[in-house]
Design a protein around this ligand. Structure first.
Ligand SMILES: [Zn+2]
Length: 382
C-alpha cells in the first residue's frame, strides 16, 4: 500500500538489449467499465487531449504498466500478467492498494530460483514455474476515489507534482510491484507464517545475517524481530544493487499492517526518493523508475530481468567493477562510453567473455580512469 516518490539517478545510465519478449501486463478494468466510474469515468479530463478523465487514467495506467513490463522478460512465450484494476474509495489516508490474488506452493520447477515449501504469488508462480498455472487475474490494484486524494496524471518526470498531489503513474507502478510479489506473510499477532513464508520473506535477515524465515527464528523471536527496526534484504542482486550493502526494510514499532516488512526503510531511503517506500518521499516527482536495488530484489525472487542490465558500478585501483544481471547462458561484453579525464572521448569494449552459467555475474572493465564521466552498456553476443 502506498503513496509515492521518485528515483535517484545512479550516475550511470542503464542500458539493456532484450532478445526475448517483455512480460506483458494486461489490465482488466471490467468493474469500472460496467459502472462508468474510475477508468471509465466520463467526466471531463483535467488534461487536454483526452475525451474523459477515464481515458486519461487508462492512458497513465498503460504507461506505468508498460514501464513495469519493460523490466522483465517472459519465462514462456504465452506468459502475461493479468491485473484487476479499479478505482474505489480507500478512505482518507491511502492512495492505492495492491495485492496478489492468491498464493501457491510446491508446484515444481526446474528454475534455479524455485524453492519448495515457499508461498509464491500467483503471478510469480506462473513465472518461476515456466508454465501457466493460473490463466486468470493474478493480482488486484485499486486507486483511491476519496476526495482527500488529488492525483497528478503526468507521465513526464520533468514535471514536479503540485502541492498535495499524488502521482497516479508512480502509484500504479508501486501497487503492481506489490501484487506481483513484493509481499510478506508474517502473522503480526504471533510471528508465524500461517503456512509457508513468501518468496519475499525467504530473503529477510536480521543485521547479523540470521534469516527470519524457517529455522532462523522461532515464532516468538520473529514476532519481536518484525518491530525491531532491524530487518534487511539478503538476496545477492538486491545487495549488489545497493553497492554491496543489504538494503534495509521497514520494521517500525508498532507494527503497521500497511507498511511493515514489504517496503524499504524510510529513514535510509526516503532522502533518496525511492519508489518502494511506505509513503511519499520528500523527493516527489511525477514519474519514477525502480532503482537497481529494487529491481535486484525482484530478480532475486525469480522474475527474469529484461536482459542484460548493469546493477552497480564500483571503482577500485583505477578499474571499474561492474555488476550486471540478466546474463544467462550467453556471452557478453561491456562497453564504456564517455569522456576520459584527459578530455578524450572513448569507446572501449572489453574482450568477449566466456559463457556464464548463472543469471548474474560480476565483471571488471579495466583501463578506465576512475571518476570519468560516461555510461556503461552490456551487450549480449549470440
Ligand atoms: Zn506499498
Amino acid at each position: 500500500m502506498k503513496k509515492l516518490v521518485r528515483c535517484l539517478a545512479l550516475g550511470v545510465a542503464l542500458q539493456a538489449w532484450s532478445t526475448r519478449a517483455q512480460l506483458p501486463i494486461i489490465p482488466d478494468w471490467s468493474y469500472d467499465q460496467a459502472n462508468n466510474v474510475g477508468f471509465f469515468d466520463p467526466s471531463a479530463s483535467p488534461v487536454g487531449g483526452f475525451g474523459s478523465i477515464g481515458e486519461l487514467r487508462r492512458t497513465v495506467f498503460t504507461a506505468a504498466a508498460n514501464y513495469v513490463s519493460s523490466l522483465f522478460t517472459q519465462a514462456y512465450v504465452t506468459e502475461v500478467v493479468r491485473v484487476k484494476a479499479a478505482f474505489t474509495n480507500l478512505g482518507t489516508g491511502t492512495v492505492g492498494s495492491g495485492g496478489t490474488i492468491g498464493y501457491t506452493n510446491n508446484f515444481g520447477s526446474t528454475n534455479p530460483k524455485y524453492k519448495a515449501n515457499v508461498d509464491y504469488t500467483t503471478t510469480l508462480a506462473n513465472h518461476v514455474a515456466g508454465r501457466e498455472l493460473f490463466s486468470v487475474n493474478t493480482l488486484a490494484v485499486n486507486f483511491n476515489t476519496n476526495a482527500a486524494i488529488t492525483f497528478n496524471y503526468s507521465t513526464n518526470d520533468s514535471a514536479p507534482l503540485g502541492s498535495g498531489q499524488e502521482s497516479l503513474f508512480t502509484t500504479v507502478v508501486h501497487e503492481l510491484i506489490h501484487g506481483m510479489g513484493f509481499v510478506n506473510y508474517i502473522n503480526a499477532a504471533n510471528g508465524s507464517f500461517d503456512g509457508f513464508p513468501t518468496a519475499y520473506d525467504t530473503f529477510i535477515v536480521e543485521d547479523n545475517g540470521n534469516p527470519v524465515s524457517y529455522a532462523g527464528l522461532t515464532d516468538a523471536q520473529r514476532l519481536v524481530a518484525i518491530t525491531n527496526n532491524n530487518l534487511f534484504w539478503n538476496g545477492p542482486l538486491g545487495v549488489a544493487g545497493n553497492n554491496g550493502v543489504r538494503p534495509k526494510l521497514s520494521a517500525p514499532a508498532p507494527y503497521s499492517a500497511s507498511s511493515s516488512i514489504a517496503h524499504l526503510d524510510t529513514g535510509i531511503f526516503d532522502p533518496l526518493g525511492l519508489l518502494l517506500l511506505p509513503r511519499d518521499s520528500s523527493l516527489v516527482q511525477a514519474q519514477v523508475a525502480l532503482v537497481a536495488l529494487e529491481r535486484g530484489m525482484l530478480y532475486d525472487m525469480g522474475f527474469t530481468p529484461a536482459r542484460p542490465q548493469v546493477l552497480s558500478i564500483a571503482s577500485s585501483s583505477g578499474n571499474h567493477i561492474v555488476t550486471a544481471t540478466g546474463i544467462l547462458n550467453a556471452k557478453y561484453r561491456l562497453r564504456f562510453t564517455g569522456t576520459l579525464t584527459n578530455g578524450v572521448n572513448a569507446t572501449n569494449w572489453t574482450a568477449l567473455a566466456s559463457t556464464v552459467r548463472s543469471g548474474w555475474n560480476t565483471v571488471s572493465l579495466t583501463n578506465t580512469p576512475t571518476g570519468s564521466a560516461g555510461f556503461y552498456a552490456v551487450e549480449i553476443v549470440p
